[in-house]
Design a protein around this ligand. Structure first.
Ligand SMILES: C[S@@+](CC[C@H](N)C(=O)[O-])C[C@H]1O[C@@H](n2cnc3c(N)ncnc32)[C@H](O)[C@@H]1O
Length: 377
């Protein structure tokens, strides 16, 4: 069933048409219903932008409503997942692509060594993962390859299953990868060994699940860029809607938390603590300046009367007022955005249960807010 533009029902988890959105989880992703409900007010042909797109939830909501959109994020994992939200492909094509890569005789040139890798993946699964990594980093331009890559990112790590496996790794959270030291200590303490998994079997199961029914394709793309500096050459569209959720103040772990997925995308085989292109400084003034730079930059891509809808919160440890911080950043941008409303949006609790498994201390989350501003020029 394809949702009609005026149909206000968000496809729930049991509706196959919404499944592509869950191809790979992402830490701090927001629920599909948030951008979907906002975009019910959009007109046919309105372009939608998310300058902090993460897994591309806003872009998938736009697609469900037949609206064109652009996704921007500076984290390679985010744009690799978001790219898949624009694609239409049949599950058998993805499985065929995977199978033909795995059938190649040549062993992968680069297989990481060391205790973490021995305990995280069975040697046979790791060989297969490395073969796929090598092929997809060399060429990822076709729809089948874009979806296969996102699908593999989604099954790369996650909880061990007693019955049929859904993930390739030893016990791990799904939304972020544990750092090698704590992961090894956890596996040794619990005597957990990596399962021997046939990668193609898991790909097949997942491909037939997430791709069983897709919404019609809409125009748009995902772009890896720093939204403070994105240029007119990179984005030439004019947007009526910006729906987004920036990192919280002090939340600078998106890249290191996705280190295993970033490795699969061609990055190093250990955690890199680089923060190039990421905002989220712990200094309030620097953070406000960074966010303001994004609001200012995107205002140049927006039509007069465009809507900016921001879901935002705060790390419990920093005792911040998210509404105040966001207001300050918009005032600092001084680029025509006028705040119309700020409403409570409830508490963010994503990742909490999984995080607890690996002893990440998560205090009770601060209430999030939804801010709505309009571009008056
Ligand atoms: C709260 S998450 C967005 C999650 C998204 N709403 C979803 O549903 O998946 C914030 C995102 O901002 C990205 N980010 C941080 N600094 C950025 C920058 N300067 N330019 C673009 N993206 C940035 C992070 O990589 C992260 O993916």
């Amino acid at each position: 069933m394809i949702p009609h533009r005026r149909n206000s029902h968000v496809p729930g988890r049991y509706n196959p048409i919404g499944r592509l959105n869950s191809i790979c989880p992402y830490y701090t992703m927001f629920p599909l219903q948030f951008p979907f409900r906002q975009l019910l007010r959009a007109q046919p042909g309105d372009w939608v932008l998310d300058p902090f797109c993460g897994r591309g939830t806003t872009n998938f909501a736009a697609r469900l409503l037949n609206l064109p959109s652009v996704a921007i994020d500076s984290n390679p994992t985010a744009t690799a997942i978001a790219s898949a939200k624009f694609v239409s492909v049949r599950p058998e094509e993805v499985v065929r692509t995977c199978s033909s890569i795995l059938a190649r005789r040549k062993a992968p040139a680069d297989v990481p060594q060391g205790l973490f890798w021995r305990l995280s993946y069975h040697p046979r699964s790791l060989q297969e993962i490395c073969k796929l990594r090598e092929s997809l980093t060399r060429n990822c331009s076709s729809p089948e390859r874009i979806v296969l890559r996102a699908l593999l990112l989604g099954i790369l790590h996650g909880p061990l299953q007693k019955t049929s496996p859904s993930y390739l790794s030893n016990q791990m959270p799904r939304t972020y990868a544990t750092k090698p030291g704590p992961a090894v200590r956890f596996w040794l303490k619990k005597k957990l060994r990596p399962p021997c998994i046939d990668v193609l079997d898991v790909v097949k199961k997942r491909a037939y699940y997430v791709l069983s029914e897709l919404p019609p394709r809409t125009k748009g793309f995902a772009l890896r860029a720093d939204s403070r500096k994105v240029s007119n050459r990179q984005v030439s569209q004019r947007f009526r809607w910006v729906i987004t959720s920036p990192p919280y103040l002090g939340m600078r772990t998106y890249v290191p938390d996705q280190w295993l997925r970033n490795w699969f995308l061609g990055g190093p085989s250990d955690v890199e603590y680089v923060q190039d292109g990421q905002i989220g400084s712990e200094s309030e003034d620097a953070f406000v300046t960074d966010l303001a730079a994004v609001w200012k930059r995107i205002s140049t891509f927006c039509l007069a009367g465009a809507h900016l809808v921001v879901r935002f919160g705060a790390l419990p440890s920093l005792n911040q007022n998210p509404a105040e911080l966001l207001r300050r950043s918009i005032a600092h941008a001084n680029s025509g955005w006028v705040v119309r409303t700020i409403k409570a949006a409830g508490r963010a609790s994503q990742g909490k249960r999984q995080a607890c498994q690996f002893a990440r201390k998560t205090k009770r989350a601060v209430e999030e807010i939804d801010l709505h501003a309009v571009l008056e020029t």
